[in-house]
Write a protein that binds this ligand. Sequence first.
Ligand code: NAI
Length: 330
Amino acid sequence: MKAPITVSVTGAAGQIGYALLFRIASGALFGPDQPVNLRLIEIEPGMPALKGVVMELDDCAFPLLREVVPTSDLNEGFRGTNWALLVGSVPRKAGMERADLLGINGKIFTGQGQAIAKNAASDVRTLVVGNPCNTNALICAANADGVSKDRFFAMTRLDENRAKSQLAQKSGAHHSDVTNLCIWGNHSATQYPDFTNAKIGGKPVTDVISDEEWLKGDFIKTVQQRGAAIIAARGASSAASAANAAIDTVVSLVNPTPAGDWHSVAVYSDGSHYGIAKGIMASMPIRTLTNGTWEVVEGVPVNDFSQGKIDATIGELLEEREAVKDLIPA
Ligand code: NAI
């Protein structure tokens, strides 16, 4: 039997947590012969609900699940962790400015970055889901002294999956036939789902879908606004699809990317790709290599339309960074 992989999840008693933990415990991240430990982190008010979640995990008797540790102590929660999935954050409330939200959540991710640096395994990788996830991930990475910045990610995979689904529905293809779909920039309403390089059944999307007005208009808007549409329909924000995207992200980061394809995740920009500024977490086309490291896919064509969209979303990330600059050590 292999040694267990330890996964820490913050916000574990929340709605994404509830859709995520049972899939991790059943082997969705690392396959059917890889045991896992779960370290589940909540703030004090969330601990009673978390107790109930742990009781349900017990009652599933998952063969792959070894240890489950529920805690509100960050040191305990990140001890020995190989994968930190940072889901918990404070939602935006009525009257709250974006800068307030950035500041409140930023403080959470300062402490979590420090605790990851102090307690996690040397191969730790961190995926931030809690919003505003790109800038939260930047704060976390900046405060995790000694942990390489290429080990931090922010989730844009839900946006990629949403975009693939929209293109499949429009063309009548199956969503698994849609490849090379990159989300550029921020996980927010400025994100750019790049249809110009996406393919359906190996053909350029623009050859399969001739309705350019739809691609440049409703398609992009639908993907950008999908989160709000789910809230309007369900009365609660996307949870199962968000948990699913978190699983897809980790699976894509631990397995080699199929030849010629890429996946979307926000990574720390070192300033050397596509003119994107250094020192922000920006979503780009990413390929995972056979040794488990990743690289930015080079040479993806960026036309004038795409460049305008990418500039807008990168501009927003720079503004967010400016709003939390006090939380980012030089
Ligand atoms: P939720 O409100 O149901 O659960 C959040 C949980 O986090 C709560 O149980 C809360 O007690 C906990 N929490 C708050 N602060 C914490 C802290 N400092 N440490 C540990 N736990 C903490 O929210 P839900 O629906 O599970 O969403 C979680 C986050 O994921 C939200 O920020 C949401 O905006 C974001 N999200 C991100 C998506 C993406 O694509 N990146 C998609 C959907 C949601």
